[in-house]
Design a protein around this ligand. Structure first.
Ligand code: ATP
Length: 138
């Protein structure tokens, strides 16, 4: 029997992905979480970061923002506010978002929502990393 799991990535806008996979690394709130066949049932939060999964011997990369993940019965469901494949990412937009967030965090104006700025920075960094994988692969 082949030990494959199903990975689904869902945003409010669309179902981005339904794939068979044998290995996933997700950006959990407690750090990167590696998932193999027969993982224990789990519900956890997700932070903006890079979702990696293996399919047919290749690693694939998706940029995700905040959300939740459920693992049950070899089915992994990612519910994220946003998710993009490498070829969907506008690198210049992500670089501009990174600069804006860094500027806010450096300037520390009164009333700055630090957590919001950090989340924006991490979304931008995840997109930049995923776009770099696309460039490396082509
Ligand atoms: P920005 O400030 O550039 O809007 P953001 O992190 O605030 O960045 P989000 O609110 O996370 O943007 O996303 C809004 C929508 O835009 C989502 O549909 C998301 O997939 C898309 N999106 C955001 N940044 C990019 C990007 N660099 N490339 C492609 N799509 C993006």
């Amino acid at each position: 029997m082949t030990k494959v799991m199903t990975l689904e990535v869902i945003t409010p806008e669309r179902v981005l992905l339904t794939e068979k996979t044998n290995f996933v690394v997700a950006p959990g709130t407690e750090g990167p979480l590696g998932i193999l066949y027969n993982h224990a049932p789990l519900i956890t939060g997700l932070l903006p970061g890079v979702l990696k999964y293996e399919s047919q011997g290749r690693m694939f990369f998706i940029a995700v923002s905040s959300g939740f993940m459920e693992i049950h019965d070899n089915r992994i469901v990612i519910l994220a506010d946003t998710a993009e494949r490498p070829d969907e990412i506008d690198l210049n937009r992500a670089l501009a978002a990174k600069e804006r967030a860094e500027k806010r965090l450096i300037e520390q104006h009164p009333g700055l929502d630090v957590q919001r700025a950090e989340l924006a920075l991490n979304r931008a960094l995840a997109r930049i990393k995923v776009a770099a994988h696309q460039q490396a692969a082509s």
